[in-house]
Design a protein around this ligand. Structure first.
Ligand code: HDE
Length: 695
């Protein structure tokens, strides 16, 4: 470490760190060594600053231009590096290199995001999450730019600017930030019945994921796989989290936003740091035209799912995120995901939402990253090919802003015959290895029209709602009441109720009751609403991906002066043995004296680590400390929230007064320390009706 030293007396007393064996000499961007990084160049000690000070001007000039435009949507994001491993070859279905060999690994960079908020907004609004994966395959980069919800609000990309304008902060007042609970969003939605299915998902717990590692991901659209024979198979992509699906309670979500706006970003960083690598299985739903034509909806319509019960998801690989970016800006911010970037063996369907996206993403990178050379940024560069072919990209494209490469020779055009003269002739097309578009038969009149097969806007919304666990149905109804209560124009609430009647009468009645409004007549439907078989696979609560486990989860242990050392030690050991992460939380962080005369530093301080930030809560106190903490609102709230958020609470006998003060009632999830670790593996949904009124 360089010591902070005062350069010399009489120099204003400022401090300097100087270069030494461990610290190279500081230079300007043009390589000139810098002698003083603390003072501008002045005419005399108290004199004016001189314009010729290049060291200062360059530094501030660079600083003034540090930001680039944030993403129009999905501005707030967090990402990690990792790998995809093929666990089952798809060689008979696609020539895509990454799916050829079992065990083959492909580097990935995956970015998670919220949609509506700006780059500096909170991690936990009620919002859809982006789930974008860049595969650096040996045949170029493939960007699978999906969401954590398998359907979308609109059927045609031309409505996207309207949807986003309506969802983001209102144009005149500049709020609300990162929230859909306002007039313009619900105005648009109420007039756009095709959004109803997505609204069911958006109002469900899916938009309140506990962490990124607890989300599913979906490619949303129907894509194509193309094999050696040129045969096409339709495919839908699914990411299944190994950590299981888990969400937060709305009240908890709101409190997390206050306690830690970076909650999910921090979790990603911490998880990777402690080796709990977020992991997903990649699954595919594969089908042909005949299957597509036999379904009671159109597979080109992005407001529809193919229920897993109808067409099972086949697991073909896994993704492990094991490295946090070294630099947020260079990697996460400059990453450019472009759905039109596919590799041989992967193609598009005619989904009009997907087709519209194929234009938008390259276009937006041009204004965000400012140059047609954005593919040369290290995070975007096709490194897979670099390893395989010695060069990431080979073509005759040249120049442009921020050209980083120095192409040699004269072959900046093709065809050329320069090789005949012994000069490099450059790259050439290859009909066998090159990307071939699936030659689908297309014909018809040029029309601005939505096909009749897209007209059914309610059947799958009903399917979703009726597939939910009763606790989830109550959350959906309550979320609708919450959001629509924030709508100030009554006709919008009424229009929404009219739409909801087409989804489910019980849902519409509960929401109307929560708003204290009469039910209006149902809105007209463009197609009859069909009764579809429920899909339990869509549930989080008591669904197939709800995991009762401590693996990767954090248990908060509230301790204070005099906590029993042996009890604490054995609790921490048991949490670790179950794969969990124990976090001690105390009124003072630096040193907590324990019962046996030893002392430990707590991991976090009580006021800064409310129980919303952990998955289960233990309270291990001395009688004396419990007596003090019953008069400490943060401690009472810590326990009260744990109970209200349906978490397991373990406690030693001396801590009981604190639980009593917090209003904790005995139930299955409130245990002594001996039973706690087992109890801590889940939430207690049956407790919910005892702690809050849901719609
Ligand atoms: Fe995007 N979307 N989107 N989107 N989207 C962008 O591209 C767009 C849609 C998604 O982590 C933008 O680089 C249109 C569906 C993700 O960097 C922009 C339409 C799905 C991300 C854009 C859609 C997505 C974006 C903004 C209507 C799920 C973040 C910045 C057809 C399948 C990627 C950027 C990242 C980002 C356009 C709809 C997912 C403006 C026109 C459907 C995960 O190009």
């Amino acid at each position: 470490m360089t010591e902070l030293t005062s350069l010399n007396a009489g120099n204003g007393g400022e401090t300097h760190q100087t270069a030494d064996d461990d610290h190279p000499v500081l230079t300007t961007n043009h390589g000139t060594p810098v002698s003083d990084n603390q003072n501008q160049l002045k005419a005399g000690p108290r004199g004016p600053v001189l314009l010729e000070d290049e060291v200062y001007r360059e530094k501030i000039n660079h600083f003034d231009h540090e930001r680039i435009p944030e993403r129009i949507v999905h501005a707030r994001g967090s990402a990690a590096h990792g790998y995809f491993e093929c666990t089952e070859s798809l060689a008979d279905i696609t020539v895509a290199d990454l799916f050829q060999r079992k065990g083959q690994r492909t580097e990935v960079f995956t970015r998670f995001s919220t949609v509506a908020g700006g780059a500096g907004s909170i991690d936990t609004p009620r919002d859809v999450r982006g789930f974008a994966v860049k595969f650096y395959t040996r045949e170029g980069n493939w960007d699978l730019v999906g969401n954590n919800i398998p359907v979308f609000f609109i059927q045609d990309a031309i409505k996207f600017p309207d949807l986003i304008h309506a969802a983001k902060m209102e144009a005149d007042r500049g709020y609300p930030q990162a929230a859909t609970a306002h007039d313009t969003f619900w105005d648009f939605i109420s007039l756009m019945p095709e959004s109803t299915h997505m609204i069911m998902w958006a109002m469900s717990d899916r938009t309140l994921p506990r962490t990124f590692a607890n989300m599913e991901g979906f490619g949303v659209h129907t894509f194509r796989f193309i094999n050696k024979e040129g045969k096409s198979t339709f495919v839908k992509f699914h990411w299944k989290p190994k950590a299981g699906l888990a969400s937060t309670i709305w009240d908890e979500t709101v409190k997390i936003a206050g306690a830690d706006p970076d909650f999910q970003r921090r979790d990603l960083f911490d998880r990777i740091g402690r080796g709990d690598y977020p992991t997903w299985e990649l699954g595919v739903q594969l089908f042909d035209e005949a299957f597509a034509n036999s379904q009671p909806y159109d597979v080109l319509d992005a407001t529809k799912i193919i229920p897993e019960e109808v067409l099972p998801v086949k697991i073909v690989g896994r993704m492990v995120l094991d490295r946090y970016p070294d630099n947020y800006f260079a990697e996460t911010e400059q990453a450019a995901f472009v759905p039109s970037h596919v590799v041989p063996g992967i193609g598009f369907s005619n989904d009009p939402l997907l087709q519209g996206r194929l234009f938008s993403y390259t276009d937006t990178q041009l204004s965000r990253l400012g140059s047609v050379n954005f593919h040369q940024l290290p995070i975007n560069s096709a490194k897979g090919r670099a390893a395989a072919a010695g060069c990431p990209f080979m073509n005759q494209q040249r120049d442009g802003h921020m050209q980083m490469a120095v192409p040699k020779g004269r072959a900046n055009y093709e065809p050329n015959s320069l090789a005949k003269a012994g000069e490099p002739g450059g790259a050439r097309e290859d009909a066998t290895k090159g990307y071939v578009t699936f030659p689908s038969e297309e014909e018809g009149q040029k029309l601005r029209i939505r096909p009749e097969s897209f007209a059914d806007h309610y059947s799958q919304a009903r399917l979703f709602f009726r597939s939910m666990d009763p606790a989830e149905q109550a959350h959906i109804a309550s979320a609708l009441v919450f959001e629509l209560s924030k709508v100030s124009l009554e006709h919008i609430r009424v229009a929404m109720l009219a739409n909801l009647r087409n989804v489910d009468e019980d849902l519409a009645t509960r929401v109307a009751d929560g708003l204290a409004l009469d039910l209006p007549p149902a809105s007209p439907t463009a197609a009859p609403v069909q009764e579809m078989a429920p899909s339990p696979a869509l549930r989080i609560i008591r669904g197939p991906l709800e995991r009762h486990t401590l693996e990767g989860r954090t248990v908060g242990i509230l301790i204070a002066d005099g906590t029993d050392a042996a009890e604490l030690k054995s609790l921490k050991k048991a949490i670790k043995a179950a794969g969990g992460h124990a976090m001690t939380i105390a009124p003072k962080v630096g040193k907590v004296p324990l019962s046996d005369g030893s002392a430990i530093a707590a991991d976090a301080q009580l006021f800064g680590q409310p129980s919303v930030t952990v998955d289960a809560c233990a309270v291990v106190l001395s009688e004396k400390a419990a007596g003090k903490l019953v008069k400490e609102a943060a401690a009472v709230q810590w326990v009260m929230d744990a109970f209200g958020h349906l978490k397991a609470i373990g406690f030693n006998a001396a801590a009981k007064p604190l639980l009593d003060k917090a209003g904790v009632e005995a139930d299955e999830g409130v245990t002594d320390l001996g039973d706690f670790v087992e109890a801590a593996k889940k939430r207690y949904w049956d407790r919910e009706p005892n702690v809050r009124t849901l719609a």
